[in-house]
Design a protein around this ligand. Structure first.
Ligand code: NAG
Length: 365
């Protein structure tokens, strides 16, 4: 008993030490970043030797969490140190319980208020102040932070290029409740795909531009936010993107042994984490690939010298295939070598061969 408790304490403190020591620089609080009706606090991480026009990741904590806790408990900051191509904003919820406002109509609606507006203001400020590339702004979070990730994807589709949510609930699932919705959390709140999609579309009335690519992760043994929310989220985002609710492709043991990735189309995927409770491990490498910031099998955009796949202007429009000159060289190891719409090299440099990862991405391995 004592021994296992001791082991637990050692494990937890070791984990937080790894996180804290891994980042070279410290978090800095920023203020005066624009309209912030609920007083969301905002913390910035900038790695040494940052590239010009970096990408931006907004990383959001769980209930009772803090910006500092998500900074030390995830690996985004030390990955920023390594790759130097993005900065991280860690918003800090103003609520005394440390949860995000994911229930008011203001937070669900573009520029209408709530915690989401404070975060959107900080993103706009970062674009103006730190030279952030406006085409590469991303949102991610865990639990309440994953709910806010869904909210931002719905209310601010113009600001975010992609999103990744760990153990959250669909956009507007907590609507009308207080800070906590037993119906949504318990998985008894269900809607049709059309209803869920309509809610997202009402987040920014009249908006017709591209929407952020989104991936949602959820543990099948989650007793805090029922796994049924995963199915509701699949209904919601497949409706928004006009995809079938039946996955076009599934990948076993991806990105973790025992987990299953379902791919519905280039803009939406869900990852079911077998036997995993609410406390799901953040998959930073997979997220950074999804955001197109590092190479890997889940990076949906070209990462070599060819231009990225042109995004469509509406969810129902056909995918525009870029026309590229024929390749002159074979792709290098870990570079893309095929996939739907791919116009680059389909051969690999010697020592590696082209492996099909999914319909949209093949890689030299
Ligand atoms: C917020 O209110 C507007 C106007 O009543 C409504 O159209 C919209 O669906 C509401 N949003 C949510 C998420 O309930």
């Amino acid at each position: 008993m004592f021994r296992s408790l001791l082991l637990k304490i050692v494990t937890v403190s070791l984990l937080s030490t790894i996180g804290a020591l891994a980042a070279i620089n410290q978090l800095t609080q920023i203020s005066g970043f624009g309209t912030n009706p609920t007083n969301v606090r905002m913390y910035l991480y900038r790695p040494p030797n940052l590239v010009a026009n970096p990408a931006l990741i907004v990383a959001m904590h769980y209930c009772t969490g803090t910006a500092q806790a998500y900074f030390t408990g995830t690996q985004y900051a030390n990955r920023a140190d390594t790759y130097k191509n993005f900065i991280v904003l860690y918003p800090h919820a103003p609520d005394s319980g440390g949860c995000w406002d994911v229930h008011t109509n203001a937070t669900f609606t573009h520029n209408a208020g709530g915690d989401s507006l404070g975060i959107a203001s900080a993103v706009r400020y970062a674009i103006q102040t730190y030279g952030v590339d406006p085409a590469r702004v991303f949102a991610t979070g865990t639990s309440s932070g994953a709910m806010m990730t869904n909210v931002l994807a719905g209310a601010y589709p113009d600001l975010f290029a992609a999103a990744s949510a760990f153990a959250g609930v669909p956009y507007a699932c907590f609507a009308g409740a207080g800070m906590w919705s037993n119906a949504c959390a318990g998985g008894t709140l269900t809607k049709t795909a059309q209803q869920w999609g309509d809610l997202v579309r009402s987040g920014y009335p009249g908006y017709t531009g591209p929407r952020p690519r989104i991936q949602i992760f959820h543990g099948t043994a989650d007793t805090t936010l029922s796994y049924r929310n995963h199915a509701e989220g699949i209904k919601q985002w497949t409706n928004v993107f006009g995809y079938s609710e039946t996955a076009a492709q599934t990948q076993q043991n991806s990105p973790v042994s025992g987990w299953t990735r379902s791919i519905y189309g280039p803009n939406f995927q869900s990852i079911s984490a077998a036997n995993t409770p609410h406390n799901i491990a953040v998959q930073e490498n997979d997220v950074l690939q999804w955001f197109g910031l590092i190479t890997g099998p889940n990076n949906p955009v070209a990462t070599t010298s060819v231009p990225p796949i042109v995004s469509t202007t509406s969810s129902s429009a056909p995918v525009v295939t870029p026309t590229l000159p024929p390749p002159t060289n074979c792709a290098s190891k870990f570079a893309q070598c095929g996939g739907s719409g791919w116009g680059g090299a389909t051969c690999c440099v010697s020592g590696s061969s082209c492996v099909v990862m999914n319909n949209w991405y093949s890689q030299c391995q």
